[in-house]
Design a binder for this molecule. Structure first.
Ligand SMILES: NC(=O)NCCC[C@H](N)C(=O)O
Length: 289
């Protein structure tokens, strides 16, 4: 089976997802840092609506089995691993409650026949929500509450033999270590060299590096970013300039449409805004082709 999802000139062809299922139905919102809008039953319906959009785009979905395993955040399949043209890397989550998700991803790659080229463990943590492909040879990593220096160094050592360079950028404190602030909370690629950004929190050096490479950076409306706890900006690229976002943010949507994007929406208040993860976080690309 072919794999490798780092080339954003290509459409999403294969992706992993996990339904919220019994794990999220049993979740204690205070333990998981879920907001007042959390509603597990509605979250399941909203997740299914996103899956319908992804499937209609032509991408094949590989479902990680849901279970009553206490892993409520495992619905956010973006984070515990990522897939390069050389194979998958299985990460070590910075959020302690999410550590056991690695086993789900290892099993999924075994099912799919995707080789695992490296794993992180011990005190070295990186979450894939902190990882952004600048180009297929350059992976940006946000150093912050979820991804640490030891993790970044371990990941660089795994990727270097495959011709992939890692570049770290520091993330801000923002609302503190309990909240989920990933690098990808501040930037969503819309195409090979186009992205939606929240400039005030984005590492300046990343902004400068992308600008020097000729990226078009669209500044997402501040009011919608704040009202959504950042989820207005979490946009999944299905194909270059063909994207899906949480409904309810007309200014952000209009900005992307004005830049030539087709934008589809789904309701995400009970799932995305409440649980701090949007359509990007709910999908783990395996292949773009
Ligand atoms: N890539 C992402 O931004 N993932 C969202 C993860 C949300 C989840 N509740 C977490 O705190 O890890």
């Amino acid at each position: 089976m072919s794999f490798g999802a780092e080339d954003r000139t290509k459409p999403l062809a294969r992706v992993m997802m996990r339904a919220p299922g019994p794990a999220m139905a049993a979740a204690d919102p205070a333990l998981w840092h879920y907001g007042p809008g959390f509603d597990a039953a509605r979250a399941s319906v909203q997740h299914a609506a996103l899956a319908d959009i992804v499937a209609a785009s032509g991408a094949e979905i590989h479902w990680i089995p849901s279970g009553d395993d206490g892993l409520s955040d495992a619905v956010f399949v973006q984070d515990p691993s990522f897939v390069t043209r050389a194979g998958a890397v299985v990460l070590n989550m910075g959020k302690a409650l999410r550590r056991d998700e690695a086993a789900l991803h290892l099993a999924a790659y075994a099912d799919l026949g995707v080789p695992v080229i490296g794993r992180l463990g011990g005190d070295a943590t990186v979450e894939s929500g902190d990882c952004l492909w600048i180009d297929p040879q350059t992976l940006a990593i946000g150093r912050g509450v979820r991804s640490n220096q030891a993790g970044i160094e371990a990941l660089a050592a795994i990727l270097a033999p495959h011709g992939i360079r890692v570049q770290a950028y520091d993330l801000p404190y923002w609302t503190g270590p309990e909240a989920c602030l990933h690098l990808m909370s501040l930037i969503s690629p819309l195409g090979p060299r186009m992205a939606l950004i929240h400039a005030p929190l984005l590492p300046y050096a990343l902004w400068a590096d992308l600008t020097a490479r000729g990226w078009t950076l669209l500044m997402a409306p501040e009011d919608e970013f704040r009202a959504s706890n950042g989820l207005s900006l979490n946009v999944l690229m299905l194909k270059p300039q063909d994207v899906v976002m949480v409904d309810g943010f007309p200014g952000t949507r209009a900005l992307m449409e004005g830049a030539g994007c087709r934008v589809q929406v789904f309701e995400g208040d009970a799932l995305c805004i409440a649980c701090e993860g949007g359509p990007t976080c709910l999908t783990r690309p395996v292949l773009r082709s």
